[in-house]
Write a protein that binds this ligand. Structure first.
Ligand SMILES: [Zn+2]
Length: 250
């Protein structure tokens, strides 16, 4: 038999490796077939990854994240790669309890800030924590296929992307095309912050978080349907580099 194009098994085959490409493709096919209506929003008995999905509610998932940040603040522990048994379990699949859309800034790594281990949180990152196509698609997968009950959009103090967006809002800048295109979705937040006065960069960070929470809930039928069903909360938060504390953004 010829090899399967998606794994090392003979082709055709019925059983795909747990958490493998077939599960991902099946989930995407469900999304494509009927949008939000094509996705079962009932919590499955087992995540498509092969591990039972988290049993935490959206509020419980948020509480667990914030407890992790408290441990980080207390400097009582450092995140590790997980013990050997945990790593072996994770080889069969994943069942994260929360997802974070964070900035690519090296100082704002969600796994560290929340003292999370391997397999605990599903993370999408880019400069400016923007709900772009890649981020939205990644988070749709986390919610539809892994039953993640919480998404946190996490901005942070002294964000370079926010600073660049403020500069771009004030004057034309000669920027590389991809960098310019990446910053354009931040301009509404930068303009709002400039109008409001005060620290324009910090204002942009906070407005940008709120804007991207709204984008996730309005531009993704999958996420909005899960939120409407009570299975998902999308929240905004701010990481203070000076205090190392994460606080919600209302
Ligand atoms: Zn940043």
């Amino acid at each position: 038999m010829p090899p399967c194009p998606c794994c090392t098994a003979a082709f055709p085959h019925r059983a795909a490796p747990a958490g493998g490409r077939r599960g991902f493709v099946a989930a995407l096919a469900g999304l494509a077939a009927g949008g939000a209506a094509g996705v079962s929003l009932a919590r499955p008995a087992r995540a498509a990854s092969g591990l039972p999905p988290t049993t935490l509610s959206p509020d419980q998932a948020l509480e667990r994240l914030m407890q992790g940040n408290q441990r980080f603040l207390a400097k009582t522990a450092q995140p590790g790669p997980g013990n050997v048994e945990r790593r072996a379990i994770l080889a069969t699949g994943q069942a994260p309890f929360a997802a974070v859309l964070g900035c690519a800034d090296s100082r704002a790594a969600p796994e560290v800030l929340f003292q999370a281990g391997l397999g605990d949180i599903f993370v999408a990152r880019n400069a400016g924590n923007l709900a772009d196509t890649g981020a939205i698609g990644s988070l749709e997968y986390a919610v539809a296929n892994l039953s993640v009950p919480l998404i946190m959009v996490l901005g942070h103090e002294h964000c370079g992307a926010a600073g660049a967006a403020v500069a771009l809002a004030q004057q034309p800048l000669a920027l590389p095309a991809h960098l310019r295109d990446m910053l354009l979705p931040m301009l509404p937040a930068a303009l709002a912050a400039l109008r409001a006065g005060g620290d324009a960069v910090e204002g942009t960070v906070r407005a940008n978080v709120t804007l991207n929470v709204t984008r996730l809930l309005t531009e993704s039928p999958v996420l909005s349907a899960a939120a409407a069903a009570g299975r998902l909360k999308v929240v905004g938060a701010y990481y203070d580099l000076d205090t190392q504390q994460v606080t919600p953004i209302a």
